[in-house]
Design a protein. Structure first.
Length: 179
């Protein structure tokens, strides 16, 4: 088969047993808890420690793709919470036909980790710029004078109306409670 040309030569195939869930009213639990393959502990941590690729086969390509996205997102999410690069998991998830391949790939994970840290840094810069831009906005409304036109704003009138409106709503609530 041509699929074996794409698999690493030292990749270990494992038997994947999917968890079987049952619901008991409000609770949902795994029935085959002692048999099912716990991917995080049985595969991902093992690949990270031994650096030996592992794979399993699913029934359909769609299930394999779903597993790939689910576990790659889980690894990325776990790595993004870590501030120390040395404590990250260096595992990459790939799909080869119906097979889900877990392989040790330090470069790929490092690039994703750096890109995430840069995006967080950029979002923080944008947030600070927005705060600086609009920090005097509240003071401008309370002073009651617009900078461009120099005309007095109706902030005091608005605040009085708001106070009166709150009183009327409180009065309405009290009237409704009395009835």
């Amino acid at each position: 088969m041509q699929i074996f040309n794409w698999l690493p030569s030292n990749a270990q195939q494992i038997r994947y047993i999917a968890p079987y869930y049952e619901e008991d009213g409000e609770d949902r639990y795994i029935v085959n808890e002692d048999e099912y393959t716990e991917v995080w502990h049985d595969i991902i941590k093992k690949v990270h420690n031994t650096k030996q690729p592992m794979y399993y086969r699913r029934r359909t390509i769609d299930l394999a793709r779903r597993d790939k996205h689910m576990y790659q997102d889980k690894i990325s999410h776990e790595n993004n919470w870590r501030n120390d690069w040395a404590k990250c998991f260096y595992v990459r998830v790939k799909v080869l036909g119906r097979r889900v391949l877990f392989m040790y790939d330090k470069e790929f994970v490092h690039k994703n980790w750096i890109a995430y840290k840069k995006s967080v840094e950029l979002a923080e810069k944008i947030r600070k710029l927005r705060e600086q831009k609009f920090k005097d906005f509240g003071k401008k409304i309370l002073t009651g004078v617009e900078k461009n036109t120099g005309l007095p704003m109706v902030a005091n009138e608005f605040m009085e109306w708001l106070d009166n409106e709150e009183l009327t709503t409180h009065e309405l609530i009290e009237v409704n409670n009395d009835n």
